[in-house]
Design a protein around this ligand. Structure first.
Ligand code: N7H
Length: 480
């Protein structure tokens, strides 16, 4: 979702003209083409990159587009472009730097991560095994415009790159616009960024429920949630790691499971079971706020659709759900952003934490925030369809991989939780994106119900880990 309330320019503390456009705000994306390439001639690449930099979209431009959207002003036809490099690409472009000491997940690359992510090892699409040095992210108002835009940029780099894979993404059409292929509205909850997002009445939140996070969690060279400023290399300042994952979704299997299992639970209907396993209804309305029926008005109100907590110690006037009566611990949004769930005496006891360590662990969910920037791929009638998942962060190990391995794939997370009548809960792995087994889940506050093994609904069919540099770093690369 766009960070749809931003500070006036005079109060923005981040150099938006340095930070590429997709990282903090999101390129406008009806359609997007990811072009993965190998650099075949480094010297010519520097020259051709130099001529391409003026076409790259930076965040100051995105902020202006977002503001125009809000005021209803006409938005000119918009072409977005970002450029990012893999570790292999950066080694070619920064000779003499073997990237020692950088995030090991990034340095080793996405192929090396498959085993620890519990991905299948045999189903990457053509091109993802080839040497990949970088990616162009070209956006446009429709598929043809984005494709033409990508073609034009590739043409400008034609003497120095070889395209190894093109991955076109397209938002879904009609009333499914903004919804991913299982049918759920996506892009609702994103972190607010201090120094960019306008605080609301609560100075620590932007929109209600949107915690403001220090920018160093997403771009290098700024304070992070621990107050530290990381700049592992001078050229990394104002850059961000980009995780790209081509995630195929088995839509028929998802709906068949909900239809078969819902009547065996007290959630009764497939729509309601699906909503509880995601944590939001198809419309985007959170089940914590509306556990029984969908609510379109709530879904469409940015002042309310993210304004809830999960944990027991949430402020009295905020809706919460400590015993998973309205949103099971296994649900996708609760796994990926457990909000106040660590703020629980049982967690302190289970981990035998000191008071200081307990205070610290309460902030864990905010330190794991990522900025998501994906887009669906494939048409509804295609078997091969899903999400071109993309997210930005300053550590792939501590953010994307942590979320996937330690929370999504872990049946025991969230730990130390109980039903209303004190039964221990083993949530199960994230039924949507979790990999591994067993694939059961425990839902319901009282009584709890154990769901039968779910099939794998989402599988990885290609991945690339990249770094999205600042304007100055791109200029430095072009200069050689
Ligand atoms: Fe998820 N889905 O439709 O099921 N995701 N996700 N995701 N996801 C979210 O709040 C989905 C994936 C996160 O702040 C929504 O914007 C699908 C990966 C995070 O409350 C929906 C796929 C990872 C959030 C989906 C997929 C994440 C989030 C609710 C793959 C990271 C924000 C809409 C095909 C490892 C949580 C919204 C918060 C929300 C779906 C992948 C992470 C509907 C289909 C791989 C952090």
């Amino acid at each position: 979702m766009p960070l749809n309330r931003m500070l006036p320019d005079s109060q923005v503390t981040l150099p938006l003209d340095e930070i590429q456009g997709d990282i903090l705000i999101g390129l406008k994306k009806n359609a997007e083409v990811f072009v993965f390439f190998e650099i075949t001639d480094v010297v010519r690449f520097r020259q051709e990159l130099g001529a391409t930099i003026p076409l790259v979209t930076f965040s100051d431009r995105m902020k202006a587009v977002e503001e125009a959207k809000q005021t209803g002003a006409a938005i000119p036809v918009f072409l977005g472009l970002n450029i990012a490099f893999t570790a292999d690409g950066l080694r070619k472009l920064h000779p003499g730097d073997n990237l020692a000491g950088l995030d090991p997940a990034f340095v080793d690359g996405a192929a090396a991560a498959r085993q620890r992510l519990a991905d299948r090892m045999d189903n990457w699409m053509e091109g993802y095994h080839a040497p990949i040095d970088g990616a162009l992210l070209a956006t446009g108002v429709d598929s043809a415009t984005a494709a033409n835009h990508a073609d034009a940029i590739v043409h400008g780099l034609r003497h120095s790159i070889r395209v190894v894979r093109r991955e076109p993404g397209l938002v879904r059409s009609g009333n499914q616009k903004g919804h991913e292929h299982f049918g759920f509205a996506d892009g609702i909850s994103q972190p607010g960024v201090r120094g960019l997002t306008q605080p609301g009445p609560d100075p620590d939140q932007g929109l209600p429920g949107q915690d403001l996070i220090q920018p160093g969690e997403f771009v290098f060279g700024h304070p992070d949630e621990r107050g530290q400023v990381a700049v592992p290399r001078p050229w990394m300042r104002n850059g961000s790691y980009l995780v790209f994952r081509r995630l195929r979704q088995d839509v028929p299997a998802f709906h068949a499971y909900m239809a078969a299992v819902a009547p065996t639970t007290n959630l009764i209907t497939p729509e309601r079971l699906g909503a509880h396993l995601i944590g939001r209804w198809a419309s985007g309305a959170p089940t914590v706020l509306t556990p029984v029926v969908d609510n379109l008005a709530l879904a469409e109100d940015p002042g309310r659709n993210n304004d809830f907590e999960f944990g027991s110690n949430a402020a009295a006037d905020i809706a919460a759900d400590p015993h998973q009566e309205k949103c099971p611990f296994v649900s996708h949004i609760r796994k990926m952003y457990p909000r106040e769930d660590f703020n629980d005496a049982n967690v302190k006891a289970a981990l035998n934490l000191s008071d200081a360590a307990f205070e610290d662990i309460k902030k864990e969910p905010d330190r794991r925030r990522i900025i998501r920037a994906g887009i669906p791929f494939g048409r509804d009638e295609d078997a091969d369809k899903g999400l071109l998942f993309a997210c930005y962060q300053t550590s792939i190990t501590d953010k994307f991989e942590f979320l996937q391995i330690t929370w999504a794939n872990n049946p025991g997370f969230m730990f130390a939780k109980q039903t209303c009548d004190g039964q221990p809960i083993t949530p199960g792995l994230d039924i949507t994106i979790g990999q591994g087994s067993p694939r059961t889940a425990e839902i319901g506050g009282m009584p709890k119900v154990t769901l039968p093994d779910a099939p794998v609904f989402v599988e990885n069919t290609g991945a690339v880990y990249l770094f999205s540099p600042s304007r100055s770093a791109l200029v430095g690369i072009a200069a050689g």
